[in-house]
Design a protein around this ligand. Sequence first.
Ligand SMILES: Nc1ncnc2c1ncn2[C@@H]1O[C@H](COP(=O)(O)OP(=O)(O)O)[C@@H](O)[C@H]1O
Ligand SMILES: [Mg+2]
Length: 339
Amino acid sequence: MSPINSAEQAPAGSESQPAAVPLAEAGESPSQEYTASESTSPAIHAAGLSKRFGSTIAVDSLSMTVRRGEVFGFLGPNGAGKTTVVKLLLGLARPTGGEALVLGAPLGDREARRRIGYLPELFRFQALLTAREVLRLHCRLLELPKATWEGQARGALETVGLLERADARVGTFSKGMQQRLGLGVALLGDPALVVLDEPTSALDPVGRHDVREIIAGLRERGATVFLNTHLLGEAEHVCDRVAVVDKGKVIATGGLDELLGRQSSVRLKVSGLGEHASSTVGRFGRWHREEDWIVVEEIDPARIADLVSAIVGRRGRVEAVIPEHKTLEARFLELLGGQ
Ligand SMILES: Nc1ncnc2c1ncn2[C@@H]1O[C@H](COP(=O)(O)OP(=O)(O)O)[C@@H](O)[C@H]1O
Ligand SMILES: [Mg+2]
C-alpha cells in the first residue's frame, strides 16, 4: 500500500471517532444561518490575536482565516512568532489580546482539541518506549476506543515509513526517525486539522519528499493542514495558500500565484536582430542584454509567443526561450525587505 492511502484506513470499530468531513469552501459560505458549527466554520479564524511576553510582542494583532480542506503555509523567518501562534491556537498558551476560533470552537476547547493532530517544533518521546508504544500511548491520551489503537498505530507507522522499526525503542532512533514518529502521532485519530510546526527540520531530502506526500494524502482525505515553516521550498510545493508573517504580523496572504504575481521574466537566445532589438523587444517590457541573451523582465507569460514572432518577423533567430518564474524565496525577501 502506498504511504498516502494508509492514512485513510479506518480500523474496525472506529465509528465512534470524530469523522473529518470538511467542506473546502465552507469558510466562504454565508454565515447568517449558522452558529459556529463544525463543518460550516473556517478551520481557523483569528481576529486581532496578540501575545506579549513581558516587553516582547511575539504576536501582534494577527488576523487570518484558514479554510476547511486547504493546506495553509504559515511562513516567516525565525522569531517571527509562528510557534507562538500555534501554541495560542492549540490552547497551550493564552493570548494577551484578540480571539480565535479553531474548528468553530473557542481557544482551548477540549472537544476541538481532540480533532487536531499536532506535531510540535520541539519534542522528545520516552526513550524506553517503542515506536508502537508511543503511538498507543497517544491513542489513549486522545481517548480513542481501545479496539482501534493497534490499527491506528499501524496506519500511522505505515504512513510515516516506520513500520519496520515499530518495535524498536525510540532511544535508538535518529533525529529524522523521531520526527517521522512525531508526524505519526499527529495523524492519529484521523484529525480534521493537522498542525505541523517545522515538520521537516530534521529530515533529509527523502524525508522531505515523504512529508510532502503525507500532506498531499491528508488533503485528499479532506483534512486541513496548517504548516509552519521557514523552509520556503516546502511551502512552494504543497500549499494552497500561504501567509507570510514577520515580527508577529501577517504581511501578505493569498494563493501562491497571487503572492508571486502573474508576471514573470523570459530569457531568449537571439541572434541577427541587430539595431532592431530595441524597437522589437522594447514594446514587451523592460529588457536588457546578457551576452547572447535578451532578458525581458516582467512580461505576461501569454505574450511570450507574440514576442518570439515579433523577433522572427524582424529576421531574428531565436535559439532558446526560457521563462523564469519568480521564486517564493525572492518574493519572500522582497516582502520582508519592503516593510
Ligand atoms: N515563552 C517565551 N517567553 C519569552 N519570549 C518568548 C517565548 N516564546 C517565544 N518568545 C519570543 O517570541 C518571539 C517569537 O517566537 P516564536 O513564536 O518561537 O517564533 P518562530 O516560531 O517564528 O521562530 C521571539 O522573539 C521569541 O523569543
Ligand atoms: Mg518556531
